[in-house]
Design a protein around this ligand. Structure first.
Ligand code: PGA
Length: 253
């Protein structure tokens, strides 16, 4: 039985004061379900402070990206071992904003995924198509290419220690959510791609949906057979909104 994971991607938002209030709100309202895991991913400069605030709670900490290199002369980059050292258990890799705005290729994302795993972090591999790709009927081909790069380099078993997030680019920050059926179609496709290589891993891996998830659409999405939670952007910045999504997951478990 897969647990739900509700993950907040804070992107480039926040301040020490705002984060403290947000984390306080999450900790105060933490919905009591053994079947819902919570994760927050603040910007790098705030990881240590948020780690300290989360200490002793069940809410996990993650970063939003990671270097594919282990250490050395890579100015401005952050190694996976440093994230572990700072209290992170997870890291997002291949978010569509990283792919589109910073030119991260699927091979580079696969290298980041491998670096995260090697350091003991759980990578959350983000995949998803643009509107043009969807309209051209290329959704599955795009997902296959993005997922394939990681399957080829790390192998299917690596997903026993990883999470996948399906985030259609056209649904991110737009208020346009995929319908539960649209999302489920892609989630089913992802799981069947995995199952072709290893059934047990396919059944165990959490596949999150991301893209304009809110308290009022979360239950519909999370109720689908292959949707195991959400990667939440905008609605993760206010504790009541984030908690409403976690509660939607708890109500289904
Ligand atoms: P959104 O972002 O919830 O604001 O659409 C999701 C994401 O980019 O992870």
């Amino acid at each position: 039985m897969r647990k739900y994971l509700v993950a907040g991607n804070w992107k480039m938002n926040g301040s020490n004061a705002a984060n403290a209030g947000l984390v306080d709100g999450i900790l105060a309202a933490q919905p009591g379900s053994d079947n819902v895991e919570l994760l927050v991913c603040p910007p790098f400069p705030y990881l240590a402070a948020v780690a300290a605030q989360l200490a002793g709670s069940t809410v996990a900490l993650g970063a939003q990206t990671v270097s594919e290199h282990e250490k050395g002369a890579f100015t401005g980059e952050t190694a996976a071992s440093m994230l572990v050292d700072t209290g992170c258990r997870y890291v997002l890799v291949g978010h569509s904003e990283r792919r589109a705005l910073y030119g991260e290729s699927s091979d580079q994302v696969a290298a980041k995924f491998a670096a995260a795993l090697a350091a003991g972090l759980k990578p959350v591999l983000c995949v998803g198509e643009t509107l043009e790709e969807r309209e051209a009927g290329q959704t599955e081909a795009v997902i296959d290419e993005q997922l394939g790069a990681v399957l080829e380099s790390s192998g299917v078993e690596a997903f026993q220690r990883a999470v996948i997030a399906y985030e259609p680019v056209w649904a991110i920050g737009t208020g346009k959510t995929a319908t539960p059926e649209q999302a489920q179609d892609v989630h089913r496709h992802i799981r069947s791609r995995m199952a072709a290589r290893d059934e047990a891993t396919a059944n165990a891996v959490q596949i999150l949906y991301g893209g304009s998830v809110k308290g009022d659409n979360a239950a519909g999405l999370f109720g689908m057979a292959d949707i195991d939670g959400g990667l939440i952007g905008g609605a993760s910045l206010k504790a009541p909104d984030f908690i409403a999504i976690a509660e939607a997951a708890a109500s289904l478990s």
